[in-house]
Design a protein around this ligand. Structure first.
Ligand code: NDP
Length: 324
């Protein structure tokens, strides 16, 4: 089968399209023939070596496809089942073996492309808005990169929960997309100091929670945007990893709370995974959650997909088609 492998962390050229044997499922795994693989920023962190893996390693953390074979212990899946999954590395490939408990069945109404586009970023938006800070009606949140893959979904779920949403984007075209997703206000954070704008928009109070996927370049202003005892959720590094801070900084800025969560710890049991994936795929099927699939790249152009994502060129979701 064809698969993208990284032999040495580095730039986009570190990704090589390779011929590999089709993996065989162990007793608790299933073999999935991948229809679409989602492209996520985390794939870039693995490719550049910010997140570590033993070389040579595969990339890609989510996919949708068809079960081809199951291991001896797998009872609730069979060949032909349509499934999706997230947080199992190696989906930039024609086939992947995945622990059976991580596979969720795709509702009939959904295509493979929609399931692959929704599962990872959708469950991320779900845990951020339902668990990390379970948003309540009339609370206000700040969502960075609000037109991005994760951002657009966080905005929509925050609105479902009745919150007021302030988004940030780099361009007016992205601001328009963020407004369509539900943002009540959008700040062009490349043009204005967003902490000052947030204070102005909240009559000096600040927001209850910041969902910050941008990391290094936004961190301090994100803290400044919070109300006293608000929560800073730093959940990504799009501009680089946030450096070490003194805990006293949180005191000085208003007895703030700080967390650095990951989806892996919020979909760690079958029960929690089923809750989040069931909600996300169900909302997409019902039309309550709207996806925007910007582009599907052939797997041979996976490097270009990552270049576009890292270059802030994209809105919504990017997919790979491993058959091309
Ligand atoms: P996006 O589609 O959101 O793309 C990243 C966006 O970040 C860009 O479009 C851009 O939006 C913004 N950005 C700001 N500064 C930079 C910069 N210096 N370089 C590049 N982009 C920048 O990607 P994803 O939805 O895949 O991921 C978003 C973030 O969420 C990532 O940091 C990812 O790691 C994180 N994430 C974390 C998870 C977790 O559980 N912790 C799970 C899923 C995602 P703009 O042009 O509007 O500024």
């Amino acid at each position: 089968m064809k698969a993208i492998l990284v032999h040495q962390p580095g730039g986009p050229e570190a990704m090589t399209l390779s011929d590999c044997p089709v993996p065989q499922p162990s007793p608790d795994q299933a073999l999935v023939k991948i229809a679409y693989s989602g492209v996520n920023f985390i794939d870039i962190y693995f490719r550049i070596g910010l997140y570590k893996a033993e070389a040579p390693y595969g990339l890609g953390m989510e996919a949708a496809g068809t079960v081809e074979a199951v291991g001896a212990n797998v009872k609730d899946l069979k060949p032909g089942d349509r499934v999706a999954y997230a947080m199992n590395r190696g989906s930039y490939a024609e086939y992947a073996v995945v622990p059976a408990w991580q596979l969720v069945k795709i509702p009939e109404k959904l295509g493979f492309d929609q399931a692959a586009a929704a599962i990872l970023q959708g469950m991320t938006a779900h845990y951020l808005t339902h668990s990390t800070w379970p948003l309540k009606q009339h609370e206000t949140c700040l969502v960075h990169a609000a037109a991005g893959g994760a951002g657009r979904l966080i905005v929509q779920m925050a609105k479902m929960r009745g919150a007021r949403v302030i988004g940030t984007t780099s361009t007016e075209a992205k601001a328009e997309v963020a407004r369509e997703a539900g943002c009540d206000e959008v700040i062009l954070y490349t043009e204005k100091a967003f902490d000052e704008e947030v204070k102005r928009l909240t009559n000096g109070r600040g927001v209850d929670v910041v969902y910050d996927s941008v990391g290094k370049s936004a961190f301090e202003q994100s803290l400044n945007s919070l109300r006293p005892r608000g929560l800073m959720v730093t959940f990504g590094n799009a501009s680089g990893a946030v450096p070490a801070i003194e805990p006293l900084l949180l005191n000085n800025k208003g007895s703030l709370f700080l967390t650095r969560p990951t989806l892996a710890h919020h979909a760690a049991t079958r029960e929690e995974l089923s809750w989040r994936a069931g909600d996300v795929l169900g909302w997409v099927a019902s039309g309550a959650l709207k996806l925007h699939i910007e582009k599907t790249y052939p797997m041979s152009e996976a490097a270009q997909a990552q270049i576009d994502l890292a270059g802030r060129k994209t809105i919504g979701k990017l997919l790979l088609d491993p058959a091309k």
